[in-house]
Design a protein around this ligand. Sequence first.
Ligand SMILES: Cc1cc2nc3c(=O)[nH]c(=O)nc-3n(C[C@H](O)[C@H](O)[C@H](O)COP(=O)(O)OP(=O)(O)OC[C@H]3O[C@@H](n4cnc5c(N)ncnc54)[C@H](O)[C@@H]3O)c2cc1C
Length: 383
Amino acid sequence: MTTHVTIIGAGLGGLTLARVLHVNGIPATVYEAEASPMSRLQGGMLDIHDYNGQLALKAADLMDEFRSIILEGRQATRVINWDGTVLMEEPDDGTGGRPEVQRGELRQILLDSLPDGTVRWGHKVSGTRTLDDGRHEVAFADGSVVVTDLLVGADGAWSRVRPLLSDATPEYFGRSFVETYLYESESRHPVAARTVGGGSLFVLAPGEEANGKWIGAHRERGETLHAYVILAKPEEWFASIDFTDSAAATARIAAEFDGWAPEITALITDTDTAPVLRPLNWLPIGHRWDRVPGVTLLGDAAHLSPPDGEGANLAMQDGAELALAIAAHPDDIEAALTSYEEALFPRSAAASTAAVAVNEAMGQMLIDGLDHGERGERSERSA
Ligand SMILES: Cc1cc2nc3c(=O)[nH]c(=O)nc-3n(C[C@H](O)[C@H](O)[C@H](O)COP(=O)(O)OP(=O)(O)OC[C@H]3O[C@@H](n4cnc5c(N)ncnc54)[C@H](O)[C@@H]3O)c2cc1C
């Protein structure tokens, strides 16, 4: 009889796993803490790569649906200096391998592709344990429990499944993002809109500061500008800011960018929402575990890293590869999990190493890239 797969977490990784299992005729149930798909804004734009995220969508048989939500023109990239000097300008000529989509729309495609009832909303896992017979029990906050032969933790950074496999817990990476949103930018924030351009923007801080301080921004669907301010500061520094006082928090973050070109600081000062603090956490590079029968992890639960544009892609790749491994070994779950993890561990260690390097030396990497012939019109102003 086919093993029923119990998945914790309806993020992109867990849903891709459920979908590729479904395509291969294997039943699964996904337990998700949030009350409904609409509980929370699903975050910004994601570039989905032809070497991992898109391969997962192919395995999920969802490429047509994926193409229908691609935001045209958003692979355009600008790099500018803190004073507004344009360092690099790359248009989207339609040949790039990293089309951009809204995370919420991608998640909806996956949800729509699953049989009704696959996702059980409002099921927050409070704990997990291994039973004497080797199966696993999952306890939910409402007091209910399920017992399963095959449990997959796709429940992100603070996974409740991970303790069955490893003692590792995420630690602060020493940097945080502060996110802002500027809506209807063409009419309401035209200077900021010109500064961001058609797709993605990176703004470099002067000199040595550039590695731990930069601003990124995306032009999302509906002319929304979504900016990410990156600051290498301890958690205590952010804790001293009252993020419930939107005006004061905005002013405090903007003060870090005193002297920068006003078209850049407008991405902070003109925000239409309260600034959102996102501390970056990570698991040790090379996080792995010994095989425990009937349970495994994927995505951030397995290899949380500072963001470098790969995390969601990797979570989807993990989900697809785990499903394909289970489909390839329908009568031998341990062989499936062993083959999945043998590929997962080195892949995630390499990805985490790259993510840490990018986050520790973002400015230098961009400058090196520019010095290798990608420099554009240096003397132009950004807006
Ligand atoms: C600021 C920022 C920007 C990023 N930008 C990018 C980017 O541009 N491109 C990219 O590829 N990646 C990006 N990432 C990384 C990416 O968001 C993650 O790597 C990716 O979402 C991981 O997917 P996942 O399915 O493993 O986990 P998640 O997306 O975290 O999904 C986990 C799911 O499990 C649920 N859950 C959690 N706990 C429980 C529980 N106890 N019980 C039941 N359900 C639970 C959650 O509600 C959630 O739905 C970014 C990350 C950050 C912080």
